[in-house]
Design a protein around this ligand. Structure first.
Ligand code: SF4
Length: 474
């Protein structure tokens, strides 16, 4: 007898042939994918189902969807790798009924069905809601920059272009100076030719950059990305990234992502109400939905939009007061007296309304007092003729937001723990190559699939495959 464990003989026949189903255990997550997608009513989701140009029937969208969801759940996102896996992976063979489309068909499905795939992601959130996995009343909104398929060298902004042109120009000057020195030597040394070649190459590079500069300046935001034209240069944690700003709304109960959006905007300042309204539409909370976001989202119009849509927003206010930095009284030391439409200053004087202006589309009212010149504490208030206070016509929205936050400061601590988990997980799944596709549409579809996989994995961990399957197919 051998002292090692022995495997089965390859040529051994069996009395009862094994079925594919025997290899997929009852609790396998692949069964959740199967039941969830089989149960979907895809007629209203907008999948492309018409015959191909050749007249050949297409693969069923549900089968293709199963293939992709399995891929994203198991970190096999590339269409070429999915093609290979579909031919050798028993779970995938079970899931697809042993169909194995070629990589082009797989890639085209993702490219052709962006909105439908996004709606499938939403359907899973609805299932989580039925499973009672959502708080349905508190969500944290956050954004994270994800790298695009576009290197930093192939992205040009005005500042970057200026730097590149300057570098090339100074390199040309340096080599020309070296060439001048070699000219004085007889006979000309060997490296004169090398230097001349370098100057020629740099001049070609200069001509290429000049052409790119014209294209860059023609773009609406004066930015040019060569590999993925939709990718944008963005600041991220003290450095720059060429990519997309992925926004998410994370439910407080189990950190499930209830809404998402991919944006080309480098700033979060205009994202709050869009994300909050999306979360509200999905969750349909019985009471007002509460959203919490960091100071990057602080914007009067956005807070007002939330208020007008019955959404209670908690957003930290950035500390940007120039007066405080100069050592003068902070703006919060001036109290607005609503009934009189006046401000009371730290010296107890009244600042009355003087002018109304428009700044960046906002109507701003300005207030000041005429007694500042004789004020004993003026040196702590202003170095101008008088201290002027500006008030947005909808400033009461900001005042209500500040009061809310003061009453309930712990909500901001909850925010941090909520948003870090999903983005940390998504980034660790994809390592440095977050996206495989180009353009906003492709990247948005990939994000929907990543988030669907994240939510599915989390739901399975929370309640188990059996309970999910019973909920879908009692
Ligand atoms: S300088 Fe004018 S606004 Fe400032 S405390 Fe004195 S009176 Fe009030």
């Amino acid at each position: 007898m051998s002292k090692f464990i022995e495997g089965q003989d390859r040529s051994q026949g069996t009395l009862f042939p094994e079925r594919l189903d025997d290899f997929v255990e009852e609790e396998n997550p692949v069964r959740v994918i199967d039941v969830f997608i089989d149960d979907l009513d895809i007629s209203g989701l907008g999948f492309r189902i018409e015959l191909a140009a050749t007249g050949r029937p297409r693969y069923h969208p549900k089968m293709m969807l199963k293939l992709y969801v399995y891929g994203y759940l198991n970190r096999v996102q590339s269409s070429r790798r999915l093609e290979v896996e579909a031919q050798r992976n028993i779970e995938l063979m079970w899931l697809t009924g042993r169909l194995a489309p070629d990589f082009k068909t797989i890639a085209d499905f993702r490219k052709d069905n962006p909105e439908a795939i996004r709606l499938v992601c939403r359907e899973f959130v609805m299932l989580c809601k039925k499973l009672n996995l959502l708080s349905e009343k508190l969500v944290a909104i956050d954004g994270s920059k994800f790298k695009a398929v576009n290197s930093r060298d192939k992205n040009f902004t005005k500042a970057k272009m200026k730097r590149r042109l300057r570098d090339v120009e100074s390199a040309i000057e340096r080599y020309l100076a070296q060439l001048d020195q070699t000219d004085q030597t007889e006979p000309a040394p060997d490296d004169a030719k090398t230097l001349q070649d370098k100057v020629t190459k740099l001049r070609e590079e200069m001509a290429r950059l000049k052409k790119l500069e014209v294209r860059m300046l023609e773009a609406p935001d004066q930015q040019l990305s060569l590999t993925d034209p939709d990718a944008r240069s963005m600041a991220s944690r003290g450095t720059g990234v060429v990519g997309y700003n992925v926004q998410s709304a994370v439910d407080a109960k189990h950190h499930l992502i209830v809404a998402h959006e991919v944006s080309q905007a480098g700033s979060d300042r205009r994202q709050l109400s869009t994300m909050a309204k999306q979360a509200q539409a999905i969750l349909e909370p019985k009471t007002k939905l509460t959203v919490v976001a960091d100071k990057g989202y602080y914007n009067g119009d956005e807070l007002r939009e939330c208020e007008q849509n019955d959404i209670v927003a908690y957003v930290a206010k950035p500390k940007t007061s120039p007066n405080k930095a100069k050592g003068y009284f902070n703006r919060s030391r001036f109290t607005y007296i609503k009934d009189d439409d006046e401000y009371e200053c730290p010296a107890g004087e009244r600042l009355t309304h003087r002018t109304t202006t428009t700044d960046a589309g906002k109507t701003i009212r300005r207030y000041w007092s005429s007694v500042c010149g004789s004020c004993p504490i003026k040196s702590q208030c202003t170095n101008g003729k008088e201290r002027r206070v500006s008030r947005w016509v909808h400033e009461d929205v900001l005042e209500r937001a500040a009061k809310r936050l003061k009453r309930n400061p712990e909500v901001m601590n909850a925010r941090r723990s909520l948003v870090e988990h999903p983005f940390g997980t998504l980034k660790s799944w994809t390592s440095s190559n977050h996206f495989l596709t180009k353009r906003l549409s492709g990247v948005s579809t990939e994000t929907s699939l990543q988030i669907l996989a994240y939510n599915m994995k989390r739901a399975i961990n929370l309640v188990g495959t059996r309970k999910i399957m019973e909920m879908i197919d009692p």
